[in-house]
Write a protein that binds this ligand. Structure first.
Ligand code: TRP
Length: 331
């Protein structure tokens, strides 16, 4: 029996951080054991907002590939590829664009939100409006059953299902309906307590050195009420404690929470435990990063083999799509 198919993508719009690790990559690694997984670097999606300056794009794509491999994705288990190397995504995107009402795209909540939030870029472009449709093409072209994503992506999954249904209504059953596999994970706070995001400059990157990680945690915000060592604190108000909940053992979590409430331990000691645990998770990743960074040819081979494999599946779907739409030759 064949395994259910999973597909997910990640945008190479900057260096990856520990939020991406626990929110996406670790989940992808678990899924590769049970499902037929397709994971890709969504470089065209990155262009929908970062079109004006592509000078760092290659570096970011490489950073994502290296981090995927270093976090445990295995090219023998999962198909790892680059979106722009599988041209069929673009073909399906253009065909789907013919049947997509503008209102559906304009109504996607991320459209107006991001246009308003991102002040330094002009997002009044055709490509940006079409972002969710390109994502629909990514998903439908593999006839994926499950799409592991965060809650922010649910509207994109919804439009994917609607577009797939509309296609099937016009041209006959080609696309199954995909479901989101919601990644249940606490929001990873950044060093300032806000959501970890490169726009806030509060990230712990997978490419940071041990010294940088140590420095970032040592200067992290804690419970703002706890100023002196003898002040009692509330762990729930400290982003350091939120990270303990992700990276420390239950015993350690209890120990630091109790110590915070009673002023039994200081913030420095609490942070030292977190640093130790972060290093434990990051050290094997750093080791593998170094390994892969020294082998550009191997990275190239992995991506080109993965893109070839993905392309095969994608072109099978496209044959069906062309046939369904009467684009398959004259006879
Ligand atoms: N939009 C997704 C994100 O920002 C990335 C993405 C592009 C994606 N295409 C996809 C995710 C297809 C899942 C499936 O996280």
């Amino acid at each position: 029996m064949s395994k259910p198919r999973v597909l997910s993508g990640i945008q190479p719009s900057g260096k990856l951080h520990i939020g991406n690790l626990v929110g996406a990559l670790q989940n992808w690694v678990r899924l590769q054991e049970q499902y037929e997984c397709y994971y890709f670097i969504a470089d065209w999606h990155a262009l929908t907002s970062q079109y004006a300056d592509t000078s760092a794009l290659k570096e970011w794509v490489k950073d994502v590939v290296v981090n995927c491999l270093a976090s445990g994705l295995d090219p023998d288990k999962a198909t790892i590829f680059q979106q722009s190397h599988v041209l069929e995504h673009a073909e399906l995107h253009v065909l789907l664009s013919m049947i997509t009402p503008l209102g559906w795209l304009e109504r996607v909540p991320t459209y107006k939100e991001k246009q308003e939030q991102v002040a330094d870029k002009d997002l009044h472009t055709y490509g940006f409006l079409g972002y969710p449709l390109l994502q629909s093409a990514d998903i439908l072209i593999y006839r994926a059953q499950y799409v592991p994503v965060g809650v922010d992506q649910v509207p994109h999954l919804e439009i994917t299902r609607e577009i797939g249904r509309r296609f099937n209504n016009f041209y006959g059953e080609v696309f199954p309906e995909p479901d989101a596999l919601l990644t249940k994970f606490p929001k990873v706070p950044g060093t300032d307590g806000r959501k970890m995001s490169k726009t806030y400059n509060n990230c712990i990157y997978l490419s940071d050195s041990p010294q940088e990680v140590e420095h970032k945690v040592k200067t992290m915000m804690t419970d703002p009420q706890r100023i002196k060592r003898t002040d009692k604190g509330d762990p729930e108000l400290s982003p350091v404690y939120q990270l303990h909940k992700i990276f420390s053992t239950k015993e350690e979590q209890e120990e630091v929470a109790e110590g915070c409430r009673t002023a039994g331990i200081g913030c420095i000691d609490c942070k030292k435990i977190l640093i130790k645990n972060l290093l434990k998770v990051l050290e094997p990743i750093w080791e593998k990063r170094t390994y892969y960074l020294e082998k550009p040819d191997l990275l190239e081979d992995i991506i080109s083999a993965g893109s070839g494999k993905a392309g095969k599946t994608a072109s099978e779907t496209m044959s069906q799509v062309r046939k369904a739409m009467n684009l398959d030759g004259l006879r």
